[in-house]
Design a protein around this ligand. Structure first.
Ligand code: AMP
Ligand code: TRP
Length: 324
């Protein structure tokens, strides 16, 4: 039997370059070698109750992005977290073997407390336990994620070790798999690219909208006039050129340092490359968008396949924990 891969992402709607370069690239490339299970984690999204009215639309948009980017429902299991409710039971069971102190020290929990002080809910503390349940329900060994998820993965490994010690070897210790671009910064050039922070570039934008968005990016703050020499090593646009324009990198760096090109030229170069790289993706997305029933069918089929595995694992866990 092939080893399993699991990953999940919150239904934030259209995916951005951070998701694409940090995670989706690996989701796609792992499909040949492993049995892959990819999940839209709608229950996790409820830990930050903002706009639940758009959840269904977001799930649909995200799935369009995933499929158009190359996720293949013939090869991978694609589903929505709440459609396989066994994960909620496993979450409760794992919560009994997870010390509260481990959860309170998770950096993302501390960040969320700052970001939403009016809504520090119980689910937010348990977020990494639910994430662990997601992974171990499928006994996944490999978890493709961006760098921001590493503390969660570390905790998942600790929970697995503890469970295996207490109840006998049951779950493999999941390992994170990063891409070569595990942390993409946003248009502000400071924070990680994220929808919540409003500093993202969606991959499904039109060519014109992509150019407009790239033009708003902050570059080297020391370069205030066109004639000022630039510092590519600290410029986020240059970092993105590494992925989209790998063959012109040295030229761009030299022309920036000597002020032969300005930031607007450099951004235009980047935006054009983003558009040409994403052209096949965008065409495929438009084709799929015309077939909304297809997405519903893919998700229904994915949930069914996922549930077969989920039920088996949950039964084993209940047996080991003395519940049956
Ligand atoms: P999210 O949209 O936060 O649920 O993230 C979905 C996946 O994309 C996770 O594996 C994240 O680690 C990854 N990801 C999100 N934002 C970024 C970013 N700015 N750079 C790299 N990876 C990211
Ligand atoms: N916490 C992840 C994020 O915010 C989403 C997620 C939920 C996940 N469950 C997972 C990622 C399991 C990998 C494996 O992006």
């Amino acid at each position: 039997m092939k080893s399993r891969v699991f990953s999940g992402a919150r239904p934030t709607g259209r995916q951005h370059l951070g998701n694409y370069l940090g995670a989706i690239q690996n989701y796609v490339s792992l499909q040949g070698e492993y049995t892959c299970v990819y999940c839209i984690v709608d229950v996790h999204a409820l830990t930050s109750l903002e706009d639940t009215g758009s959840l269904q639309k977001n799930i649909h948009e995200m799935m369009l992005d995933w499929l158009a980017a190359g996720l293949d429902p013939q090869k991978s299991i694609l589903f929505v977290q709440s459609h396989v409710p066994e994960v909620m039971q496993l979450h409760t069971l794992l919560s009994m073997v997870t010390p509260l102190s481990w959860l309170l020290r998770v950096p993302t929990f501390k960040e969320k407390v700052k970001l939403q002080p009016h809504n520090v809910n119980y689910g937010l503390v348990g977020y990494p336990v639910l994430m662990t349940a997601d992974i171990v329900l499928y006994k996944a060994e490999v978890v493709p994620v961006g760098e921001d998820q590493l503390p969660h993965l570390e905790l998942a490994r600790e929970i697995v070790r503890r469970f295996n010690n207490l109840f006998g070897n049951t779950f493999p210790e999941p390992e994170a798999k990063l891409t070569s671009f595990p942390l993409i910064l946003g248009l502000d050039g400071k924070e990680k690219m994220s929808k919540q922070l409003g500093n993202d570039i969606e991959i499904a934008l039109s060519d014109e909208a992509t150019i407009e968005r790239v033009m708003t990016a902050l570059t080297d703050p020391a370069r205030r006039y066109r004639s000022d020499p630039g510092h590519p090593e600290i410029c986020n646009i240059y970092r993105l050129q590494r992925y989209f324009n790998p063959f012109q990198l040295d030229d761009i760096a030299e022309q920036c340092r000597s002020a032969k090109i300005g930031c607007v030229d450099c951004k235009m170069l980047l935006a054009r490359e983003i558009n040409s790289t994403l052209k096949p993706f965008r065409e495929q997305r438009a084709t799929l968008a015309a077939k909304p029933r297809y997405i519903t069918n893919v998700l229904a089929d994915g949930a069914q396949r996922a549930q077969v595995i989920a039920r088996e694992t949950l039964k084993e866990v209940k047996l080991k924990m003395g519940l049956i």
